[in-house]
Design a binder for this molecule. Structure first.
Ligand code: NAD
Length: 281
């Protein structure tokens, strides 16, 4: 079984991006800039943002974190986003989710200029992705896609089963694999026989949020299994795939942690650079 090393893949991607930023700096005399807005003091969000900032600095991006207390008014955040939209030194804007209840997530997402939407959540980018046009692609599915391509560069005609239909993961993952000519089945909480669906798959991407949902006897030999899940349990952090069981069957599998997670952040940097390049003449 191939253990898909997301840490290594992310380090390689960051190295490539670092070279690219050096080239862009030489060509344009400026570097891409990423601005992250962090609201409140939720610990996981703080850790994510710190890692994003550290990685952005590592590849040579200009990075900035704007922090607001939980009590910040929605209006203040929207005004700041509008200001950043006009700022030429800012290539990408990310508002760390989740947001406090009094702030409308959709309003925030739609205020970010689609050309600076490094998360790929703006409806314009969602539409462009599903129409096959150039767009920012949500970082986690983009990371999954790059890992799958490392194991199997030619995905033509492969059967892919996506477990979970979230806007963040399942739906964009479906679009990326469709583009690669996979036959894609998207499954969810109302799917009648998830095991039977998974047993058809050459590729399984599990993004559900249920610890070890995908079992060993759900996976046929030669299947590539990508585990997006991050679940806190008594035995520590586990994914949505039963690693011990599935690793006996699958052709390739991502571990949790050390699989998809590191690629998510590297893809955020990639998206920031892509946003920068699209605005240069
Ligand atoms: P979500 O809650 O938005 O969506 C979960 C999806 O799973 C839903 O579409 C739902 O229909 C489906 N589902 C629920 N129960 C099911 C069942 N029994 N069978 C099949 N489908 C079922 O979740 P999300 O935001 O997509 O996140 C999923 C997981 O991925 C979580 O564990 C989250 O922490 C993790 N995550 C990881 C990363 C990363 O970088 N690795 C990034 C984002 C999310």
């Amino acid at each position: 079984m191939i253990l898909i090393d997301g840490k290594k893949a992310a380090a390689e991607l960051r190295q490539e991006l670092k070279h690219e930023v050096t080239g862009l700096k030489a060509k344009y005399n400026k570097v891409p800039g990423l601005t992250v807005i962090l609201i409140g003091d939720l610990t996981p969000s703080q850790i994510y943002v710190r890692n994003k900032e550290k990685s952005a600095n590592e590849v040579g991006l200009k990075s900035e974190v704007i922090k607001y207390p939980d009590s910040v008014e929605e209006k203040t955040v929207l005004e700041k986003i509008k200001e950043l939209n006009k700022d030429e030194t800012v290539s990408g804007i990310l508002v760390q989710l989740p947001l406090p209840k009094h702030i409308d997530k959709q309003k925030v997402i739609e205020t970010i200029l689609p050309s600076k939407d490094v998360d790929g959540f703006h409806p314009t980018n969602v539409g462009n992705l599903s129409s096959g046009y150039e767009s920012s692609v949500p970082c986690t599915p983009l990371g999954c896609y790059l890992l799958i391509k490392k194991v199997e560069p030619n995905l033509n005609g492969k059967k892919a089963v996506i477990v979970g239909r979230s806007n963040l993961n399942g739906k964009p993952m479906t679009q990326l694999l469709l583009k690669e000519n996979c036959t894609v089945t998207i499954t969810h909480s109302k799917t009648k026989d998830l095991k039977a669906e998974c047993l058809e798959a050459d590729i399984i991407v599990a993004a559900v949020g249920i610890p070890e949902l995908v079992k060993g006897d759900w996976v046929k030999k030669d299947t590539i299994v990508i585990d997006v899940g991050i679940n806190k349990t008594d035995k520590g952090i586990v994914g949505d795939v039963d690693f011990d069981e599935v690793s006996k069957n699958a052709k390739a599998l991502t571990p949790v942690p050390g699989g998809v997670g590191p690629m998510t952040i590297a893809c955020l940097l990639k998206n920031t650079i892509e946003c920068f390049k699209r605005t240069q003449i």
